[in-house]
Structures are given as structure tokens and as C-alpha cells.
Design a protein around this ligand. Sequence first.
Ligand code: UDX
Length: 427
Amino acid sequence: MNINVVGSGYVGTTLAACLADLGHDVTAIDIDEDVVAELNAGRPPIHESGLDELVAEHAGENLRATTLYENVAEADATFLAIQTPSREDGSIDVTPLEAAAEMTGEALADAGDHLVIVKSTITPPSIDAIRDAVAEGAGDVTGRIEVATNPEFLREGTAVEDFLAPQKIVFGTTSEWATERLEEIYAPLLADHDAHVVRTDPETATMIKYANNAFLATKISLINDLGNVCKEFGIDAYEVADAIGLDDRIGERFLRSGVGWGGSCFPKDVAAIIAAARESGYDPAVLEAAVEVNDRQPERMLELLDEHVDVEGKRVAVLGLAFKPGTDDTRNSRAIPVIKGLQDRGADVVGYDPVATENMRERFPEIEYADSAAAALEGTLGALVVTDWDEFAALDEEFDAMADPVVVDGRRIIDRHEGITYEGLTW
Ligand code: UDX
């Protein structure tokens, strides 16, 4: 099929490359000329495992990029994968998405039937604005234009793999025609991969996406809440989690307690669905509590450090700056409130991360950054472990170079406990 993907950010580029890999003819449309040039040269504008190979293989063949909407109507469908930034109150700003929807509509003015598929994460009530924008752009069209939703469930670092081998695919449509077109798009994937296909209306599809992320984030916050209780009683929360995970109604995954969740999805999506619910007149109490527990975890780490040392004027290491291992993404990383908390206490912070240093430097240019965990630990009075990078598990005599080896582990990654003051956050 001939498919457009509007927006070449993280989701759009992954989507475009994977659709090309499924054998479709894909046109990536982006307003940024540099992004378009990079894509046409076979280089993805973002880093994601496996994406370099896919883009290099398909660019110039069945994947091309352009800044122009002029050929949109020639395609069978257009995905909109435009960012929906957060506003101050947590709600999403759909203005950039509306603009792209309107331009897509304009390009469809004299066209035949066309399916516009919203890939961006939007709250159920915002779908109307996107439908209106497409209709506004299209004016009096001759053919049928329908707006469907098809949320993504990709994780950073495994996005290509998640796209090509999903557990579920969700089609939010208002007609059999649109469902069939989505089925056609995904047919090459479903031919050799057994995924659940959920067919529903556009609003429910977007709610599934929010419910999915809100549930997972809340699961972590609940185990963190229980983990904090365990710590008060001197109980190891991981032993408790392993046992409750044996109940298949609970499940063993996403029960790793610690300093909490970050990244580009969980914080943004939980805040957005809370804001949308409040807007409709309902206060989602459990979701609000999930955010509160998550906000508290970094401070609990710092309080554990306070119990052993007064860090004012002292050098303290933060090990791990990325929001999770395997990425240089520091968006909403728990390292941010940890560094702020140390600064509030007057500590001299030295950060270390194998790949995320430059991103954190933009946010905190004033702190020191080390080239290795060993260099970061040298002469420090305490160390806070925020990201579960594998290399931290191998740290051993590096702790001997600390002035006072107090180690507060927020991810249960440190192996050595002998000869140092070791504090686990929930164990
Ligand atoms: C998440 C969802 O998993 C994905 O389906 C959605 O599309 C986008 O959001 P991602 O943000 O890439 O993906 O990371 P994920 O691996 O889910 O981890 C999110 C955060 O939760 C990380 O900060 C991680 O450290 C934390 N986490 C995860 C825990 O604290 N404990 C756990 O048991 C699992």
C-alpha cells in the first residue's frame, strides 16, 4: 500500500521505517528540512535500536521523505504522528497535531476516499478537534475521509522490536471500511506474527492507551508504596514482590520497586489523563496518589542519605542520569529531583552516566560530570544510584575510593554490600 506518515519524531520515524519494512511504500512528511534530508540520506533523525538498519535499507527505495503535503491524496492512508506537548497543568496541547491534520485535510480536498489515522497519544475528548481540523482543511470533499485512531505501545530502546512483534494492535474506527483498511496495512505483520487485534471506536482506542500506561505506572507506584512500608519494618520488598507476583492476577512484571518511573510517556500520560478527567468533573484519586508516591521516592532516597551523612559542602555522586538503562533520554529522569534535592542541601554533585551526560548537562550545566563511575565516586561522601545500568552491578573496589562509602541504591543494582554503608530504598 501507499502510506504517508506525518511527523518524523520518535514514533513517526519508527512507524515509517517499520511500515516500509512490511513492504509498503511510505512517504514521511515533516516540516523540518534537515530531518527530511537526513531521512532521504538513509539516516534516522533519532536513535533507536535497529532503526539505523531499517532506514538505511529502505531510504530511496520504498521510504522517502518530503516537506510537502502535495501528494498526500495519492496514498491509501495517512498516519499523524505529531507531538502533543504537555501544558503547565498536565493537559496535552493538540495545536501542532491540529495544524498537521488541517494541512492533511487541505491536501485531500479533491481526493477520493482516504483514511487519516491518529498515532499520536491524545485524550478521548480531543479527537473531535482533530476531526474538525481535517474537515476544515478538506472543505467540500468528493470522497469519504474518516479519522481513526491507532495508539502505539512502544518502549524506548525496543521500539522497532515492539512494533514488529506487538502483543496487541488497537484499531479505533467508526466504520467497517476504516477497520478493513487498517487490517490491510497491518496484514503483512499479522501474517507471521500472532498479535491480538482489538477493534473498537476511536475514543475507546485512545483510552486503552492511557489506561495501559496509567495502570503500569500505578502498579510501580503501588509496589513503591508497599516497598516503603516494607523498609519501615526492615523487610525486603523484593522478597515480598517475588511472592505476590506468583499470583497470576498480579503478575511478576513491573514490580521492581525503587526511585520510581520517568521517561517521556508515563509522567506525561498519567498527568494528561488526570487533567482530562478533572476537566470532565472527576478527580481520579488513585492516579493522583500514583503521581504523589512517584514524586516522593527521590526525596526518600535523600532522607536515607541524610540519616548517615550531612552532605552540605560535601561531594556526592549520582550514578545514572538516564530515565532507564539503554537510553540517553533524561526526560523526567528521577536523577533530576535527586540532583535538585542534593543542591538544596548544599552538596557538590558529581554525576555519571555511560551515555546520558550531555543531555543532563543541558539541564544542570553547573554540576560536575565524571567519565566513569570510579571517577565519580572518588572522594565522595555518599553515592545515590538512580539508573539500573548493568555496569553498576560490577562496582566493587571503586567504593573504597569514597571518603565515606554511604551508598543509597534506588534500583537494587549494587552487588557489593560488605565494607560499605549500604541502604536499599525499599529493602
Ligand atoms: C513505557 C511503556 O512501557 C510503553 O508501553 C509506552 O508506550 C511508553 O511508556 P518506556 O517509557 O520506554 O515505556 O519505559 P519502561 O521500560 O516501561 O519504563 C518506564 C519507567 O518505569 C522507567 O523509569 C523504569 O525505570 C521504571 N520502572 C519500570 C520501575 O521503576 N519499575 C519497574 O518494575 C518497571
